[in-house]
Design a protein around this ligand. Structure first.
Ligand SMILES: Nc1ncnc2c1ncn2[C@@H]1O[C@H](COP(=O)(O)OP(=O)(O)OP(=O)(O)O)[C@@H](O)[C@H]1O
Ligand SMILES: [Mg+2]
Length: 381
């Protein structure tokens, strides 16, 4: 009873099943195989497989069957890798070949050796695989094209920026000299116009410098010259140099230095650049007539924290993740001097190069504090 049931299942199951005896004669030919080979079991049972399918003689499949019967080896053949699988068809009406995966297994029964062939239709998964391969190759092409375009764009921006910087530097210099009185007294009407021109060329120059810096950072070409620096001294110098900027925004910079030397290994020029941007941001986004404070403190793990705090509208929590990305500017935060939104991105790249950490915390309509932490150099060394 049990055996009959199993035979019925084997005959009706939705995969192809063929059983051959040790003479390679067919002893079981199920319905699925009947359908896909277009041969009824009555035509095939008792015949050798090579008679039913002469194309299998000497093929990889034939060798695998011999291997299963004679040496008890299993094998897996697939239409994708081995052309010599069984000639089976997808439908009765068309000659579309079935993509198949063929498992060849040895079995023994009642002291006799048999070979079991299990055939699986893999047409759909093969098609999906082919489609996937095609899409992957399209994506790789698109990626290559995008990379080339991006490289061309970067080179273009860099060339244009370089070409613009030289004449702009000389215009800014000349305007500065005129405003400084080098060519004598300037009529009041002309002074206003020259001041506007000077402000805008200076701003343009700073955008161009930022673009060039970003390009250098992205190409890994920004150079750093490290030396031992006392952050107390560096901070007070940068604050001093930027005091005019604070005044132009009706704020004042106050420096609370640490009594102990805060020695770090840093690139003076680049850390000054970070400080200058954080100070300019603090001034730009501060309520008028308030102080912007710079404090230096030793924090955990032998690090020094430089914190720049201002009073202003602040930065909503939602910007925590993105503020240091290029061109991110807080919506609704107004400032008399417009920036390009590159400053913090450059600051982060510089601090990362110092193995440091940069961040901010902000209480809306109250205080905003930007900080960066650098490792202290052991002064005993
Ligand atoms: N202290 C602050 N208070 C409030 N908002 C700030 C503060 N600092 C930075 N921001 C916000 O972060 C944005 C990005 O600052 P970032 O320095 O990158 O660019 P920017 O100052 O606009 O332009 P620039 O490239 O000239 O520095 C600012 O535009 C502002 O919206
Ligand atoms: Mg800025």
């Amino acid at each position: 009873m049990h055996e009959q049931l199993l035979t019925k299942i084997a005959l009706n199951t939705d995969i192809g099943i063929i059983v051959l005896n040790s003479e390679k004669t067919i002893v079981l030919w199920n319905k699925w195989i009947e359908k896909t080979s277009r041969r009824a079991s009555t035509e095939t049972i008792g015949k050798s497989l090579s008679k039913v399918f002469p194309e299998t003689i000497g093929s990889r499949l034939d060798q695998a069957i011999s291997g299963a019967i004679n040496s008890g080896n299993s094998a897996l053949l697939s239409s994708a890798w081995n052309l010599h699988t069984l000639p089976l068809f997808k439908t009765e009406s068309t000659d579309t070949r079935l993509m198949q995966s063929l498992m060849i297994k040895p079995i023994s029964f009642d002291g006799e050796s048999y070979c079991l062939l299990e055939v699986f239709d893999v047409t759909n998964s093969n098609n999906r695989e082919a489609l996937l391969r095609e899409k992957t190759s399209e994506s790789v092409h698109a990626l290559n094209a995008a990379e080339t375009a991006s490289k061309t764009k970067t080179e273009y921006v860099s060339t244009v920026s370089h070409e613009l910087r030289t004449p702009l530097t000389s215009i800014t210099g000349a305007l500065g000299l005129i405003l400084g009185g080098v060519v004598g007294e300037i009529p009041e009407k002309a002074r206003g116009l020259i001041e506007v021109a000077n402000y805008n060329t200076t701003r343009l120059l700073s955008i161009i410098n930022d673009l060039l810096d970003i390009e250098k950072i992205e190409a890994g070409k920004m150079e750093f010259i490290f030396s031992q620096v006392d952050l107390n001294q560096l901070c007070s110098q940068v604050v001093e140099h930027n005091q005019n900027y604070a005044q132009s925004h009706n704020v004042r910079f106050e420096c609370h230095l640490n009594k102990r030397p805060m020695l770090v290994s840093a690139d003076t020029h680049r850390i000054s650049q970070v400080l200058a941007n954080l100070l300019s941001n603090a001034a730009k986004f501060s309520f008028a007539d308030h102080a912007v404070t710079v404090t230096l403190n030793e924090i955990a793990n032998k690090h020094c924290r430089v914190a720049i705090q201002n009073h202003g509208n602040g930065i909503p929590e939602s910007y925590q993740e993105t503020l240091f990305e290029k061109f991110t500017q807080v919506q609704g935060n107004q400032s008399a001097s417009k920036g390009s939104g590159l400053g913090l991105n450059i600051c982060r790249a510089i601090i990362n190069k110092h193995d440091g950490n940069i961040g901010f915390h902000s209480i809306l309509h109250d205080t905003t504090t930007f900080f960066f932490d650098l490792k202290l150099v052991d002064s005993a060394n």
